[in-house]
Design a protein around this ligand. Structure first.
Ligand code: CO
Length: 315
């Protein structure tokens, strides 16, 4: 999942966790990468998004992990945050460009990586640009590098192909139980001189578009939420849903679809979520659309920042 450039919370939780050995951490990131590759292998014309989502999320839980967030299967001008609803009938089409963005969690360690599936093969330039931007970023990442400089590398690489980076999406630190810890890693040079620290794990995620705007806006669909704070809600149904959220997902992102599978009755589910949302208890993650309806590709990797270089963990 990506970080919108509005949460520059520098209070990274990366350094607060109890020590978990590095081999365990590496194993989790490797498994997170395998999950994304597996999900991508299910993406084919005519297949329902809902089937891909349920299959991969089920497999991850079978393997003893949790989902760090609902799988995002965002198509064409959707850059991020599309996850199927519980009754979603949408299927992949032959010409779709699909961003498969997913993460797993164990001991609070969260992976967050993504690949783009270009079903027609007509958009290799977009996909390649995002991969090249990753390579360029990784070539300079080490402790002490300013995040704005990483953004510059990403931007330069993408512009060489006459494409544009999406400026209001970017990478982020990965903390314990904190998917969007600081620092924010821009996809262009935003002049942020925050320096990377050794031992930090970060997600780098260049989004590339052939659209003119290079920014994303929020769409109408919202299937992903996250509890921000508990609040008092009036209706009995909303109270029931609020306690399900608190018990099952705590402060981590969840899909309405997950809640639907938990509840005996799906009656009034969306109206209850709206009621809870209006109290300010929930953060919403609506679908993000490239403003000029350009196609969007994304590659996302997780790396461990070292003294002289970085180590790719999602491989
Ligand atoms: Co991310």
């Amino acid at each position: 999942m990506e970080d919108e450039d509005k949460d520059k919370d520098e209070d990274s939780k990366n350094n607060k966790e109890e020590k978990i050995d590095i081999d365990t951490i590496k194993k989790i990131y490797k498994a997170g990468y395998s999950a994304v590759k597996e999900a991508a292998s299910y993406v084919k014309p005519g297949v329902k998004l809902l089937d891909v989502a349920e299959r991969i999320e089920h497999n991850i839980i079978e393997q003893g992990y949790n989902c760090a967030f609902p799988i995002n299967l965002s198509i064409n001008e959707e850059a991020a945050h599309y996850t199927p609803s519980f009754q979603d009938e949408k299927i992949f089409n032959e010409k779709d460009v699909i961003k498969v963005d997913f993460g797993i969690e164990e001991f609070g360690i969260m992976s967050d990586c993504a690949v783009t599936v270009d079903l027609s093969g007509d958009h290799a330039d977009l996909v390649d640009a995002s991969k090249e931007a990753i390579d360029a970023a990784l070539s300079i990442i080490k402790s002490g590098v300013e995040v704005g400089k990483i953004g510059q590398e990403i931007e330069n690489t993408i512009k060489k192909r006459n494409l544009a980076p999406i400026k209001n999406l970017g990478g982020h630190g990965l903390g314990i139980h904190d998917l969007h810890a600081g620092p924010f890693i821009p996809n262009f040079n935003n002049k942020d001189d925050t320096k990377l620290e050794e031992g930090t794990i970060i997600a780098i995620e260049p989004f590339v578009t052939n659209g003119k705007s290079g920014i994303v806006i929020e769409g109408d669909t919202c299937e992903i939420y996250q509890l921000e704070a508990e609040a008092i809600v009036r209706s009995q149904n909303a109270r029931k849903i609020m306690s399900a959220i608190i018990n099952r997902y705590k402060n981590e992102p969840f899909a309405v679809r997950w809640l639907a599978n938990e509840l005996d009755s799906k009656f009034g589910l969306y109206s209850s979520i709206s009621e809870i949302f209006r109290t300010g208890a929930l953060n919403a993650y609506p679908v993000l659309l490239e403003q000029s309806k350009g196609l969007v590709a994304q590659t996302e990797v997780n790396v461990l920042v070292g003294t002289d270089s970085c180590e790719l963990l999602t491989k």
